[in-house]
Design a binder for this molecule. Sequence first.
Ligand code: UD1
Ligand code: CA
Length: 454
Amino acid sequence: MGGVAAIVMAAGKGTRMKSNTPKILHQVCGKPLAAHVVQALRDAGIDDITVVVGHGRELVEQALGPALKYVYQEQQLGTGHAVLQAKGVVDHDKTVLVVSGDTPLLTPFTLQKLVECQQLAGAKVSVLTAVLSDPAGYGRIIRSPDGRVAEIVEYKDATPEQRAIQEINSGTYCFSGRFLFGGLTKLSPANAQKEYYLTDLVGMAVEAGEKVEGLVCSDEREIQGINSREQLAEAVRVMNAINLQRLMAEGVTVVDPFTTYIDSGVRVGRDSVVLPFCLLQGNTVIGEECTIGPQSRLSNVSVGNRAVVEHSVAKDAVIGDDCLIGPFAYLRPGTVLGAKVKIGDFVEIKNSFVDEGSKIPHLSYVGDSHVGRNVNVGAGTITCNYDGKTKSHTEIGDGAFIGSNTNLVAPVKVGSGAMTAAGSTITKDVPPDSLGVARNKQVNIQNWVSASKK
Ligand code: UD1
Ligand code: CA
C-alpha cells in the first residue's frame, strides 16, 4: 500500500506475563507475537514499518530482523509517548497505521479495511473496535447520540456507566501522519495511570472538528491482545485452529484437530493425513499422500510425497519420497534421506546422507556418514564417530551389507557391495565386494555347563 507507514508499539515489559522474556517475544504457533503483527502488515502491502522498542530491545531487534526501522523508548510513559518516539523517522505526509506488538491474530484483510475506511471517509483517525460480551479492562468507545465516535476512555478512568459499554478499543488505529505527530506533543498524563494515552487523540480530533471513524471488527478473536499466559494459550488455540482449517481446506486430513499443532509457516500437500498428537513446526513442508503420526514432531523438516512418519522426532532434516520412518526414530539436524529409505525403530541419524533404497531398520546410530544406495544396515550397528575430540566420517558404498551389531570406527570406509560380519568392530577400510570380519573366533568347551554344576 503506497503512502502508508506502520508503527508497532513494542516497548512494554508485559508485567502480567511474569517472564524474563519481553512479552512480544513469546511465541504463538512458531513465531513471536510481534513477528505475526509484522507479517500481517507486510501481507497488507506495508513495507515502511517502524517498531518502538524498549524492554529487551536487543532481543526484539534480533528476533524481528534488520528490514524494519527501530526507535527506542527509554521509559514506558504510555502508548502516546511510545508513538511519539517515531516522529523523526516516519513521513508525516503518510497515512500511519498504529498497532500493538501483542495482537498476533490481526489479519492483513482487517488492516487494509481500516486504511480504506480512513481514506474513503477522509478521516484524521480511524479506530478498530470490537463489541465484546466481556469487555474486561479494555478502553471503552464512547459514541455521541448520532452514533459517531466521540472519545476513548480507559477502563481505569471510566465511570460505571462507561464501563457498561461493550464496544472497546482494539488498540489498532489509522491516523493522518500530520494530525498524529501534531497531536502527540499536546498530550498530558493527567489520568489514572499518569501515562500519555494515544487514545486521547480521538477526543482531541473530535473537539477540533476533525472526522473520526470507528470500524467494528466482526471477528472479535482477531483483536485479542496478549497480556497473560492464559491469553497466550488462547491465542495458540485460535491460531492453530485457523492453520488447521486452512490445511483441511487445501485437502489435508487432520484426524484430531484438538491434539494437532501446526505452525503458521508449515505447508502440507493434498491427501496427506496428519494423525493425532503431532507437532509440525517452523518451515516444515510435507508433500502429498504422506501419513504423519501419530505422535510425531517435525521441526523445519522437508518431507517428499507418500512418506510415512510414525512416532518419531525430526529436526532440520530432509525425508525423501516414499520413506518409512519410525516408529521411534530420531532424525537430527543434517539428516538427508533419499527416496524409499527405511529408518526404523530406535534409530538415530545425525548429519548424514542416506541414499535411495537403503534400510536402517533397528537400533542403530548413524552419524557424520554417507550411506550409498540399497545398503542394508543390520540391527545394532553403530558409527563410532567421536573419539572425544574430533568427529569423523563413515562412508558406506552402494549395495553394502552391514552385519548386525557392527561398530564402524570412523574414519572408515566400507566399499560398495562389501559386507561386514555380525558383531565386528571395523577399524580398517573394507574394500569393495569384500567381507570384513573383526571379532574373536568362537570356542566351544564341551560339557562345561554340566561339569560346573557338579
Ligand atoms: C491499550 C489502550 C486501550 C485498548 C488496549 C487494547 C491506551 C492508553 N490504551 O491499553 O484503550 O483497549 O490497548 O489492547 O493506549 N507500549 C509501549 N510503550 C508504552 C506503553 C505501551 O510500547 O509506554 C506498548 C506495549 O508494549 C503494548 C502496547 O503498547 O504492546 C499496548 O500497551 P498496553 O499497556 O498493553 O495497553 P493497554 O493497557 O492494554
Ligand atoms: Ca497500560
